[in-house]
Design a protein around this ligand. Structure first.
Ligand SMILES: Cc1cc2nc3c(=O)[nH]c(=O)nc-3n(C[C@H](O)[C@H](O)[C@H](O)COP(=O)(O)OP(=O)(O)OC[C@H]3O[C@@H](n4cnc5c(N)ncnc54)[C@H](O)[C@@H]3O)c2cc1C
Length: 285
């Protein structure tokens, strides 16, 4: 790689400008990377966000923690993530953030065969999964209409989290363990020296680091472009809303409905997040 943005002269730098690693973005990916880097290396780890922890997708998602998928590798990856949420206090620290209410993945009659295959694969991996028929689903979700339903994959160990709570808990833990968190400080560009990334430049100045992790979510492409790397990430805008959950559905599993391209995600605070993926549009437009 060519030296696109050379660092300022060495003599201009101070120790305060140096870190062992810089993480760009304080979403779930960036903050957890920062926390585990700190635990493993004990070094000076700086996490920088243009806003606050969780101001991106991590604080605005539906919060479904599920493992069921059509891809084996993704199932294993999802399981290792879900294990963190299920054992939050031991793995991260602080109070539990996870509600184990189960997750249902609903499909139409034409997709039952594929669903059956995926559930079987999930079980082969030793992961909890059940194949349910429409009547079973109607018992788990009072009032649901199952007329056009073929079947469902049920993750009994799946559940929900509240995004902003997770991000607050993670930020508190990361700070307590010595991660340096800098907010409202956009990273303007990656710095390179001798063909390697050597730090970042923010509105507040330069941070020199031999390791830079770009975890800027939907903005990752823009950040990488400043070092001449074009990673073809295409973001989409999704529409979700929060409602008060009807009392009869407060304890129900989270439901992802492939038939109607929608989801219903009850939360431990009496609300529910509803979504309709049909309205997804490329972002930026
Ligand atoms: C509507 C919706 C529903 C979802 N539902 C689920 C779900 O049910 N289950 C599930 O597992 N996942 C869900 N997701 C996906 C999940 O939210 C994301 O995969 C996850 O939050 C991505 O985390 P991240 O840390 O990569 O990105 P983000 O949380 O977006 O974090 C990126 C951070 O980088 C910062 N940043 C950007 N540019 C810069 C810069 N130049 N300098 C400094 N900081 C910068 C941003 O401010 C932001 O805080 C959903 C997402 C959406 C949008």
């Amino acid at each position: 790689m060519t030296e696109i943005f050379p660092l300022p002269d060495e003599s201009e730098e101070t120790v305060g400008h140096r870190a062992d690693a810089v993480v760009v973005g304080a979403g779930i990916a960036g903050l957890s990377t920062g926390l585990f880097l700190r635990r493993r290396t004990g070094g000076r780890i700086v996490v920088i966000d243009s806003g606050t922890p969780g101001c991106g997708a991590s604080g605005h998602g539906s919060g479904i923690i599920r493992v069921h998928n059509s891809d084996l590798d993704e199932m294993l990856l999802a399981e290792s993530g879900a294990r963190v949420f299920r054992n939050w206090t031991e793995v991260i620290g602080g109070a539990d953030v996870f509600s184990r209410r189960g997750v249902l993945w609903l499909v139409g009659t034409g997709d039952v065969e594929t669903l059956t295959r995926n559930v079987r694969a999930q079980k082969t991996l030793g992961l909890s999964a059940e194949l349910l028929g429409p009547r079973d689903v109607a018992v788990l979700v009072p009032g649901i209409r199952v007329g056009d339903l073929g079947g469902a994959a049920y993750d009994p160990d799946g559940g929900t989290v509240i995004g902003p709570d997770v991000m607050n808990a993670l930020a508190v833990q990361a700070l307590a363990e010595g991660v340096e968190l800098r907010t409202f400080e956009p990273v303007r560009r990656l710095l390179t020296r001798g063909g390697a990334v050597a730090g970042v430049e923010t509105d507040a100045g330069v941070v020199d680091a031999p390791t830079v992790v770009v975890a800027a979510g939907a903005w990752t492409r823009n950040v990488l472009l400043t070092a001449g790397v074009d990673l073809p990430i295409q973001a989409v805008r999704a529409t979700i809303g929060t409602v008060y959950a009807p009392p009869s559905l407060r304890e129900a599993p989270a439901v992802f409905d492939e038939v109607n391209d929608a989801s219903y995600v009850p939360k431990q605070n009496g609300t529910a997040v509803i979504s309709a993926r049909a309205r997804r549009t490329p972002w930026p437009p």
